[in-house]
Write a protein that binds this ligand. Sequence first.
Ligand code: SRM
Length: 570
Amino acid sequence: MPKEKDEKPTKEEQIKENSDYLRGTIKEELAKDSSRFDEINTKLLKFHGIYQQDNRDTRQERIANKLEKEYSFMIRTKLPAGELTSRQYIALNEICDKYTNKTLRLTTRQTIQFHGTIKGNLHKTLNEINKTLILTYGACGDVVRNIMACPVCDIDSEYSVNLAEIAKTISDHLLPNTRSYYEVWINEEKIDLDDKKEEEPLYGKTYLPRKFKIGLALPQDNCIDVFTQDIGLVGITEEPVIARSKATKQSADATRNDVKLLGFNLLIGGGLGHHHNKPETYPRLASELGFITPEKLVDTLKKIVTIQRDYGSRTNRKHARMKYLIDDKGLDWFKTELEKRTGAKLESPKKITEYKMCDHLGWNRQRSEVRDQRSENRDQKTEEKSDLWYLGLFIENGRITDTNKRQIKTGLREIVEKFEPGIRLTPHQNVVLTNIKEENKSKINELLAKYKIYTKETVSQLRRNSMACPALPTCGLALAEAERTLPDIIDKLEKLGFGNERVSIRMSGCPNSCSRPPVAEIGIIGMSADKYNIYTGGDFEGTKLNKLFKENILGEKVASELALILKNKQ
Ligand code: SRM
């Protein structure tokens, strides 16, 4: 492996190297009567999908009173393309009630997170999540994270490429190999494997230099923000997909057969995280590198991962994402290295003239011959005769909870229990329920109204296109509020009459940009407690980076600043 001269590997690299393939002493520490893990295991836990956090709301007071911080754990599941069954959803809902802060959090990468699990419940929680056949393994850490894909492009009447299936295949190929996860959380006996069998053929002992993200899109729908991924794959099909506005029964039939997937435009080096006042860190849009056919996909992806494994910085984590490697060495170098490793010349990327973006909300006709394999509602005979629909629901900032205003958690659970739809999570922190029969639509509409769950018709355009990261009180990196404050900002803007504006507004508590603000039309990023930078100039389709517009705006002034921007846009 090429080494940077005279620079020492980071602490994280040493921890990985000495961890016995991510085991560390997690098992031993779990058995101890303490509320937290030591620094080494805290870092290793991320590979198992777990983040140690403390309540930022009580942190200062507890420090002042010389009390231990209020530790708890965030647990992130891995759900390629955001798919799960209704039974899995109900099981996760039950786990949430037993062991967490009683909210489910849908993420911007189509997964579900739990917050607030205490250490004493961690083993039970992971163990029960695993019984639902859902892993948290590799949801975080220096490996390939949850693979994103448009959640409906196999079932929508206008799409016809099953990107979700491809996402799952890729995910299976890129999972770490070590059994440590199963030993710790499922009590699998440690088998004394010789070093050869235990080794990580893809990742090696020190895994990747940094997190690594892959997502699949179509030019017709860039809902996953393909330009923000370390590897973005844009499906190129033989025929153009029929325009969304013609979503009639006829168009559903007209696209009945899958269009042929010719391959993917390969984009590399996207990433949004950066640090304030450190210009050597920056958000970057992925660059087009070439075109690959479906047969070559998995091998090419693996080879790209190995290039980042071998050449990504191991001495500076702030410079370790693949975007920096590409800028340091150049796109041509990267292409040559990839061709060397795959043994084949990379074709030029296909021309894409336009990207579109859809959030999949509302009632949409489902291609009737396509069964959602993951739905348990498989009364084959009736299904074949009846029309099927899918329903996209807006979940504000992905937080599934019950409040005085809206009983989203109770309502969703009742709908899922009664109608057993397939479940798909979207890159905008929303949920799509699939395989719904025509005759059940009105019953579901009644439940949505009863529990005051937002629908496409009841949510304003402005709120619908807003997203915030969790930030305070759980996130250890947040500099300012996001999820707890964006709804109030939207309230104010709605009152000022901007509810009908179709503008993407994304807010993050720090420049790590977990809600992807750098590619929003309006980005809001926390600077320090209650101060924000505002960015403008992105586009709705996520193909442009926005630029700094105003600095250090007080939280209470953000709404009025946005009102001015929206007014000028009108
Ligand atoms: Fe993120 C770290 C939440 C998507 C860039 N992210 C974190 C942590 C785990 C904080 C930490 O390291 O201690 C946050 C936990 C907050 C909490 O209390 O739950 C966190 N990130 C999230 C989620 C939950 C935001 C959301 O509103 O849904 C998203 C989980 C996705 C998932 O299911 O896997 C989430 N994070 C993103 C995205 C968007 C994306 O991937 O599409 C980005 C920007 C894209 C990118 O990676 O460049 C993102 N998160 C970061 C970074 C900055 C990485 C960098 O290159 O500098 C960090 C910090 C780090 O890695 O050092 C981070």
